[in-house]
Design a binder for this molecule. Structure first.
Ligand SMILES: CC(C)(COP(=O)(O)OP(=O)(O)OC[C@H]1O[C@@H](n2cnc3c(N)ncnc32)[C@H](O)[C@@H]1OP(=O)(O)O)[C@@H](O)C(=O)NCCC(=O)NCCS
Length: 428
């Protein structure tokens, strides 16, 4: 078999579990105006939405249009203003506003029709008045006029639309109950919509500036930490807005709008392509079982070769598997640690390792905490370990350097003087 065929089969196998996971799930996707201004991005997206639709996902698209509106107003010779980053929309802008959004919507529908013409079951893109607007009002003495804010969402109506097999499209246009036209911020709409319909995922395309230096995954506490010191104002605005929807939406994905494959990579590969903000637990910390031996070996063997960990044979690992706890993510063992009891109320921590791709997310600290809890349950009052490379990390986690003489007698007699490991002890 050729390498390309093998790669294809492996990729298909790897993604099959995600195909099953995502079937029937609801996904709100935010498309900023910059993203839809690229013809290539839109035609790729239209095809990908067709694929997702046929894999059973329910999809709401929320289309922004800031750069297109800026251009349309400038071309019409209309002087438009921003206040606190929000556009003021006077009555005379409304016809140009409606015309620009109508045109964009039509272009998107045309792309959809073309991209999905060969699909046996092509999705239909529909828009409707699911979002009810109200005036943003007068702020700092400035009347925002037809700039609106979201008043309510007809969530049952949009859920019915998705259940009937259609892809829903929201635009910046929304109407008040008095029949007035309003210009609504679309990122806000996407977040509120995802919350209102309890979407499984909110997927947000953003600029490289907005995504600058963001890690691959963020728990909500980590997100809050970054929001205290964002890389720039653009990032701050994006993170603040999406953080509002964290309560009802379990997973928010931030994707690079310049990467046309970002959506599929994010949904169907283990590590995705952007940043995942999760409010549920994305990984599982649990006692190891015999089925985990292969996964643990895969994790620790490279560290054994580097001399960071002491070599353990498969047989020894099988015998000692009950001493281990592991962190599993999407059926991959990404962390492990072992605990050994001792007669002298001193328990030993060993074999702590986190997969290099997942380091720096406090998973090591989480494993250490779990080991400490287990050690206390074993009635140990001190935890010790031997390390050649990592003593600083342990000192930062409450351990102190100690002399070999503090070790339990049996451990002292086995001490390998060639390895010159440092001894660290923590009182529990
Ligand atoms: C040590 C280890 C378990 C930490 O896991 P982790 O999930 O990355 O840990 P955390 O996210 O809680 O901590 C990350 C911090 O530890 C620091 N760190 C990682 N290895 C370190 C080391 N050897 N010495 C000092 N600091 C270290 C990182 O630089 C990072 O610092 P920052 O927060 O200032 O950026 C992981 O780096 C690992 O598996 N290392 C290789 C195996 C190993 O040394 N095991 C211990 C043998 S007993």
């Amino acid at each position: 078999m050729q390498q390309s065929e093998l790669d294809f089969i492996n990729t298909l196998r790897q993604s099959s579990r995600y195909i099953e996971q995502h079937r029937g799930k609801t996904c709100v996707i935010y498309l900023p105006g910059d993203f839809i201004s690229s013809k290539d991005s839109i035609s790729q997206l239209s095809q990908d939405i067709g694929l997702l639709y046929n894999l059973g996902l329910k999809i709401v698209l929320v289309m922004g249009a800031s750069p297109q509106l800026d251009l349309a107003f400038t071309e019409a010779g209309i002087d438009w203003k921003l206040h606190h980053q929000f556009r003021i929309t006077p009555t005379e802008l409304i016809p140009v506003f409606q015309k620009t959004i109508g045109l964009l919507r039509s272009q998107l529908e045309a792309n959809f029709s073309q991209a999905n013409c060969l699909q046996p079951n092509p999705p239909t893109l529909v828009s409707g008045n699911w979002v009810i607007a109200q005036p943003k009002g007068v702020i700092d003495g400035i009347d925002f006029q037809h700039t609106g804010k979201l008043r309510k969402i007809r969530h049952q109506a949009i859920s019915d639309c998705l259940d009937s097999g259609q892809v829903a499209l929201l635009t910046p246009i929304a109407y008040s109950l008095t029949g007035e036209v309003f210009n609504l911020n679309t990122l806000e709409q996407a977040c509120e919509m995802a919350s209102a319909i309890s979407a499984d995922k909110l997927m947000v395309y953003g600029s490289q500036l907005q995504l600058k230096e963001l890690p691959k995954q963020l728990s909500v506490p980590q997100l809050n930490k970054i929001m205290l010191k964002p890389a720039n104002d653009e990032q701050s605005r994006l993170l603040k807005q999406v953080s509002y929807s964290c309560q009802n939406v379990k997973r928010i994905h931030l994707m690079d709008q310049t990467n046309p494959s970002a959506l599929l990579l994010e949904l169907f590969s283990r590590d995705g392509s952007g940043t995942l903000i999760f409010s549920d637990r994305y990984h599982q910390l649990r006692p190891a079982s015999i089925e985990d031996v292969g996964g643990i070996l895969g994790l620790i063997e490279p560290l054994e070769q580097e001399g960071v960990l002491v070599k353990r044979s498969r047989e020894r690992l099988e015998l000692e598997i009950d001493n281990f706890v592991v962190i599993e993510r999407d059926q991959l063992i990404i962390g492990c640690a072992a605990l050994y009891s001792n007669d002298e109320n001193m328990a030993e921590l060993a074999c702590l390792a986190i997969h290099p791709n997942y380091q720096g997310q406090e998973l090591g600290s989480e494993l250490l905490k779990a080991i400490e809890v287990n050690a206390v349950k074993m009635k140990a009052n001190r935890l010790f370990l031997l390390t050649t490379h990592t003593h600083h990390w342990f000192i930062e986690h409450g351990f102190n350097l100690a002399d070999i003489s503090v070790l339990p007698n049996k451990k002292q007699s086995l001490y390998n003087y060639q390895r010159q490991s440092k001894v660290l002890v923590k009182t529990l």
